[in-house]
Write a protein that binds this ligand. Structure first.
Ligand code: FAD
Ligand code: SF4
Length: 487
């Protein structure tokens, strides 16, 4: 497995990026592919550690040492088969996953970990460029019908698995195009939309039907879908945006991050025009929220030509290294800087927005903040304390709220009389709701999460649905007892 002493001979290398001034000129992906020799060396750094933890770090249970070894042996097609055996869409995770596997890599204890995510990306890209990735149609059809509501990564993964099992799958999507947040949330510079189209075309060839611009609960009733199918799988995501209802919230110029990001994605992909209030060009922008969505707003604002971009996060600045309470191989709660942060943003932590300031015409002109501290006591949630005298006014013309999502929409869950938890997520037992014909997977079930989790949930739900319909299932499922290390 791997090359004996490969991890001693070769340093970790990751993809290089084109320079900031060049990449800010457009919304295209900006990474530079390493040559195959370099990728083979990187694969050989996987050190045959005996008890690998990387695949427990991966929510999909990807067979990482095996594909690393295949790449090292230049057996790229074999590597692709290994990768596809656990992951339907490595082209998405290879670009967008925060790679908890790398945080759990045993080599990471003493040296920089194996560049797993990069290797994953170039295995699947090689597969596409060589023409190895082809439609895989089921040999037999079962006659069972499944409706999937929502075409994000959870719905797509479930649809592909259920189609492999021979069921007739129809995916309903209210947006114009397929992909969920992959298409309308995540900017092109992280994932060009042709990458989604390339995969969706294969799914169509495999026999999956996609019905777009159709909202279930509005254009087609959920009861009709329920009546006409053997199973309904809900993969509608968690799309209710969190607000910031403080004084001045009605000022013109306070925009939800998803409205901003969706408009930019639609300009490129759907040839729509810029909605004037959503343009960051020549504006002083403040992005409230320090997560992935906030980072995407920073990258998008800079590409639109913002004058300045400031970022607020209410939590304290994370440490550079793991703390004692956060040991290997768990996900490290350390400072992370994305490529968008690198491109230019003034990041501020432990900061709370108290008020939006507007002029007589109702236009946003600035906001007021206060610094905060987090007081920790045993067995209690950390308490937020405002620091007296730390008030500050920040002039700005555009505020982007990247505060996450509070949960899924209730409409169809209520119509189906599903039991819900306090965040309106359907209560499930092994992906099955209290109605035995209705299943749920992805963000709608677990709350706002990650693409890798959405794919994993879609696969696992498909297994459970197949078992429910047929009595048993030959679809793959994660090894029992394999506990992912990231939530
Ligand atoms: C801006 C942003 C950036 C992100 N970046 C990353 C990242 O870099 N890496 C990462 O791992 N994760 C990232 N995430 C999280 C990730 O995108 C989600 O966890 C993932 O997409 C969830 O997949 P899903 O299939 O459950 O739901 P979604 O992707 O939300 O898809 C749900 C779909 O259901 C459709 N739908 C809902 N209701 C209906 C209905 N009634 N009828 C028809 N269709 C319906 C919606 O239109 C949508 O297309 C990001 C999220 C955001 C918002
Ligand atoms: S999907 Fe994510 S966690 Fe899993 S191997 Fe790929 S990069 Fe690592």
């Amino acid at each position: 497995m791997g090359k004996l002493r490969g991890f001693i001979e070769y340093d970790r290398k990751t993809e290089k990026n084109i320079p900031v001034y060049k990449r800010l000129k457009n919304f295209k992906e900006f990474t530079i592919k390493p040559d195959d020799k370099e990728l083979e060396k990187q694969g050989s750094r996987c050190m045959d550690c005996g008890v690998p933890f990387c695949h427990s770090g991966c929510p999909l249970g990807n067979l990482i040492p095996d594909f690393n070894d295949a790449v090292h042996r230049r057996s790229w097609k074999e590597a692709l088969n290994i990768l596809h055996s656990t992951n339907n869409f490595p082209e998405f995770t290879g670009r967008l996953c925060p790679a908890p596997c790398e945080s759990a890599c045993v080599l990471g204890l003493v040296s920089p970990p194996v560049s797993i995510e990069m290797i994953e990306k170039y295995i699947v890209e090689r597969g596409f460029s060589e023409g190895w990735i082809k439609a895989n149609k089921p040999k037999k059809r079962t006659g069972k019908k499944i409706a999937v509501v929502g075409s994000g990564p959870a719905g797509l993964a479930a649809a592909q698995q259920l189609n492999f099992a021979g069921h007739k799958v129809v995916v309903y999507e209210r947006d114009e195009k397929i992909g969920g947040l992959l298409r309308y949330g995540i900017p092109d510079f992280k994932l060009e939309k042709s990458i989604i189209d390339r995969r969706v075309n294969i799914l169509i060839e495999e026999g999956i039907t996609f019905i777009t611009s159709t909202e279930i609960g509005k254009d087609i009733s959920i009861n009709e879908l329920y009546k006409n199918n053997d199973v309904v799988l809900l993969c509608g995501g968690a799309t209710i945006k969190r607000d910031l209802p403080i004084p001045g919230f009605d000022a013109v110029g306070i925009i939800q991050a998803m409205d901003f990001l969706k408009n930019q994605n639609e300009i490129i992909d759907n040839k729509k025009t810029m909605i004037p209030g959503l343009n960051a060009n020549d504006k002083n922008v403040i992005v409230i929220g320090g997560g992935d969505t906030g980072s995407d707003c920073i990258g998008t604002s800079n590409r639109q030509g913002a004058k300045s971009v400031v970022n607020f996060e209410i939590l304290p600045k994370p440490p550079k290294e793991r703390s004692l309470e956060n040991p290997w191989p768990y996900w490290p709660f350390t400072l992370k800087s994305s490529s968008s942060h690198e491109e230019g943003s003034n990041r501020n932590w432990s900061i709370l927005t108290k008020e939006f300031i507007k002029d007589d015409s109702g236009k946003l002109t600035g906001l007021k903040t206060v610094k905060v501290e987090w007081e920790k006591s045993i067995n209690e949630r950390p308490k937020l304390i405002e620091i007296e005298g730390s008030e500050k006014v920040w002039p700005c013309d555009l505020v982007l709220l990247a505060l996450g999502f509070t949960g899924p929409e209730k409409n169809i869950l209520q119509k189906l009389k599903l039991k819900m938890d306090s965040s309106n997520k359907p209560k499930t037992n092994e992906y099955k709701t209290n109605d035995s014909k209705v299943f749920a997977a992805g963000d709608i079930r677990r709350g706002q999460s990650l693409i890798v989790w959405a794919i994993s949930e879609g696969r696992e739900a498909a297994y459970k649905i197949d078992e429910f319909l047929m009595g048993s299932s030959n679809l793959p499922t994660k090894t029992k007892g394999d506990l992912p290390l990231v939530k």
